[in-house]
Design a protein around this ligand. Structure first.
Ligand code: AMP
Ligand code: MG
Length: 485
């Protein structure tokens, strides 16, 4: 086997950007799973990765020659409060690999032991959150939404202390980078303008090469991140996803979904839905996500002020002009997505009101978000029974049919388009919890494998697996997901 040829551009940045660390070995690593297609994309041999040496590498027990492990420094606003020093407290970047498409990607071990940024933490991860991140991030990818990926997961043979003792695990995660809004804040809050500039140049070269050609590259960088985040959040809303901890340190400048903690897909549509047990004020509720993303981007803009113009006032004017792009970019992506969900192939006045009419009826009638759109796509008459008052659906559906008739689209094409926009399967919380219980209580990973297989094809009807479409029964409902870090 040719060992992975890591090439580590981040480790070549100035010393103050990171700490060199080595993963702390674990007693008895055991493979949970290797993501073979992703491994192959990265030029890794999946069989080697799942074999003895690969598992040692995935557990952090062995560091390959070309790897230069580091923990990166960052800061961040957590629930609105600024913390000047966070950093990778339990994640270690092994290095970067250039994938088959020529895209440079980070390979990181989450739960690989303490680093200089661990503060009071143990540097470890429990198996539950590792399985949740694996399932949810891979679903996100299958849904076509930018995200970090799960390359592999192993158990460590150690226990970690949380509310109780839990089996420890390590997630090998792949991202186009792990650079966060909080990474910029780390330097900006120290008055380190050179650090901000070096980081900005790195991000431009890595993620937004077009910005380098622009008349004002840093303004173009800011605008690129704003657009990427606006489009990302629109995609989240369109599948009913709630990130749960949209702190600036969990906000990727590459526009990927990152740091899956107490996240969830909603069952019945509720714009105020919050799952995270640590979000007691609903700061990161479903419908607040666009506003919070914009708030995070204002923080990024503040960091870039000295690069945008020679004086603060002119810089602020530049920043504000760039930030004005957020709302229209979000609306454009969100509205286009709503049209797709409703099978509207052309744009007409009143389309958005029509979509909002359905959402309002769903919210008032506690209709399941995913199943409503899916059954609508399938022309399944039982969709009305998802509403506490089915007449509310009927009233809306008459308007929708009228609108479809005006469009005169081919019904089969319309249906196919809707089936490709409205997933049948999402990682429902109660299913994810059941998978975690089986792994923790019975060391049984078969339910994880089965759920993952279903979720890897979220838009396909999968006969025999329809039960995964069911919302939770009353006793299965999960009211809060815990950070469980
Ligand atoms: P998160 O909530 O996972 O995004 O983490 C927020 C911050 O806490 C980051 O700096 C993490 O690296 C750090 N952190 C979270 N859990 C641990 C842990 N078990 N050990 C050390 N640091 C941690
Ligand atoms: Mg984080």
């Amino acid at each position: 086997m040719v060992r992975p040829p890591f090439d580590n551009s981040y480790a070549r940045l100035p010393d103050r950007f990171f700490a060199r660390v080595v993963p702390t070995p674990v007693p008895a690593p055991r493979l949970i799973r290797v993501n073979a297609p992703l491994a192959a994309d990265l030029g890794l041999d999946p069989e080697w990765l799942a074999g003895e040496e690969g598992v040692q590498v995935l557990a952090g027990n062995r560091v390959l020659e070309t790897s230069e492990p580091i923990a990166t420094a960052y800061a961040g606003h957590q629930f609105g409060n600024f913390v000047p020093q966070l950093g990778d407290g339990r994640a270690i970047l092994l290095g970067e690999l250039v994938d088959r498409r020529g895209i440079r990607r980070d390979v990181q071990l989450k739960g690989a032991g303490r680093t200089p940024y661990s503060r009071g933490g143990d540097g470890r991860a429990a198996v539950g959150p590792v399985l949740r991140e694996y399932l949810v991030s891979e679903t996100m990818h299958a849904l076509g939404i930018p995200t970090t990926r799960a390359l592999a997961a192993v158990t460590t043979g150690d226990q970690v202390r949380r509310d109780t003792m839990l089996p420890g695990a390590v997630l090998a995660r792949v991202a186009s980078s792990h650079i966060r809004v909080g990474t910029f804040q780390f330097f900006a809050s120290r008055g380190d303008v050179e650090g901000v500039r070096t980081l900005a140049d790195h991000v431009i070269a890595r993620h937004y090469p077009d910005a380098a050609q622009a008349e004002r590259p840093y303004r173009a960088l800011l605008e690129s991140v704003i657009r990427a985040q606006a489009e990302l959040i629109a995609q989240w809303l369109l599948v009913g996803f709630i990130h749960g901890v949209m702190n600036t340190d969990n906000s990727s400048v590459a526009g990927e979904t990152i740091d899956y903690g107490p996240c969830a897909f909603m069952d019945e549509y509720d714009p105020q839905a919050v799952f995270s047990s640590i979000d007691s004020y609903g700061r990161y509720a479903y419908s607040n996500q666009p506003a919070i993303a914009e708030w995070n981007l204002v923080r990024l803009a503040e960091c870039l002020l000295p690069l945008l113009a020679d004086d603060t006032k002119a810089g602020a004017a530049e920043a504000n002009e760039a930030l004005d792009l957020f709302a229209p970019a979000f609306e454009r992506a969100y509205q286009a997505g709503l049209r797709r969900k409703l099978g509207l192939l052309t744009e007409r006045d009143g389309d958005i009101e029509l979509a909002q009419g359905l959402l309002l009826a769903m919210a008032t009638n506690m209709a399941d978000f995913t199943n409503t759109f899916r059954r609508l796509s399938e022309d399944d008459p039982s969709v009305r029974s998802l509403f506490t008052d089915p007449a509310a659906f009927d009233e809306w559906a008459a308007r929708w049919r009228q609108r479809l008739e005006e469009e005169q689209s081919d019904p089969a094409a319309r249906r196919a388009a809707m089936l490709a926009a409205n997933p049948a399967f999402i990682p429902r919380n109660h299913r994810v919890e059941a998978v975690i219980r089986a792994a923790v209580d019975r060391d049984d990973f078969a339910p994880f494998e089965e759920l993952l297989a279903v979720l890897s094809r979220p838009f396909d009807s999968q006969p025999g697996f329809e039960h995964y479409q069911d919302p939770p029964a009353a006793h299965e409902r999960v009211h809060a997901t815990f950070c469980g870090t």
